[in-house]
Design a protein around this ligand. Sequence first.
Ligand SMILES: C[S@@+](CC[C@H](N)C(=O)[O-])C[C@H]1O[C@@H](n2cnc3c(N)ncnc32)[C@H](O)[C@@H]1O
Length: 385
Amino acid sequence: MSTNPPLAVDQHDDGGHEDAAMRNRETSEGWHDGSSEHAYSPYAAARTVFRHPRGDNDTMNSTQSLYDSDIVYINIHGRRYCKNYYMPNDEEEQVRSQMLHSVYFHLFDQKLTMVPLTNPRKILDIGTGTGDWAMAMGDEYPEAEVIGTDIAKIQPSAVPLNVYFEIDDAEEEGGWTWPKDEFDLIHFRAMLGAFKDWRYIYSETYQHLKPGGWVEVFDFDDHQTLMTHFDKELEIDKFLAAIAEATRIGGRPRSYTHLEPKFLAELGFVDISTSTTMIPMGSWSDDPGERQAGKHFLVAQLCGLEALCLRPLTEVLGWDPEEVRRICGIIATGVKAMALDHEKAKGLGFNVRVLVGRKPFPDELPASSPSTPRASTTGDTMGGG
Ligand SMILES: C[S@@+](CC[C@H](N)C(=O)[O-])C[C@H]1O[C@@H](n2cnc3c(N)ncnc32)[C@H](O)[C@@H]1O
């Protein structure tokens, strides 16, 4: 276990994260580049991504890149995006993402993974974002090589020596260019709404895991427990339904079906299990550590409302951006009031589900099953939920 995790929640934190999140909120508003491509961010330009050679065929996938200029950023109503992904990747979102990493790290008892890793050699983090999980794993497993991939270049350049970041689109057709049977763990965190077809993603995962290697998928569930705390008038359910509808129409549904064990079972994974953990929101917990994490989580959620919905609601459903911001403001006010009411807020929070599965060793495979199943290109694409 790392003794010095990046951005672990500080019990004596004086609210610096909150301040940073609020400050960055202001800086992003200052953008004036209305063009839809190559929107400029001073933050991204200061960062570097290292490409780690993977083998003879690694030049075949043109999405892996050494150069900042290869990444196309899209500015939509003052937020910065990459490709078709529905959430922004600007400085404001990066700070929020780092806060969330600290919250998860604290609430999962400083555990970065739920899978039983023994002497792992290669770990892959798909959609690594700011790379906090990958870097913490690099600290914890100094003998392992940890690779984080993303479509956005938002990872720091000062990283543990065994950690590498690459620009790579996990949805790229033709299959991942990693060697087969390569990784001890392939990890996905908060990737809800990122993919057209999770079956394809899980199929690639299966092929590129070593026999005995693990997949781990960490995501929020459907917010039903959260909803019980709020009056109908606040219309959070309508707001979430509109986002679900917009992302469904957009082709990358923000649904929860990818957390169902059956999708791993279909591919041949074994030792499949799920667990649910509640992330408290607000300061209602009697436990000081949970209370601190709950406050950070509240700030991250309040600051994240716009990030969650601005692109899908304006681009797909045609809502006016100012109207979207107004609705976000109303919901944020309602959520904040509830979360800070010590009595009413008891039990308020989001459920996180973690799905894990193991690729079987050859001697565990039933005689008739293929050792490397490919996703079918027809049928249910796990988009419905
Ligand atoms: C909500 S963030 C989660 C980041 C990180 N996993 C974490 O938990 O902090 C989702 C990330 O997935 C990345 N992403 C979206 N679509 C992707 C794709 N097709 N391939 C790789 N990364 C993708 C986004 O750029 C973003 O950084």
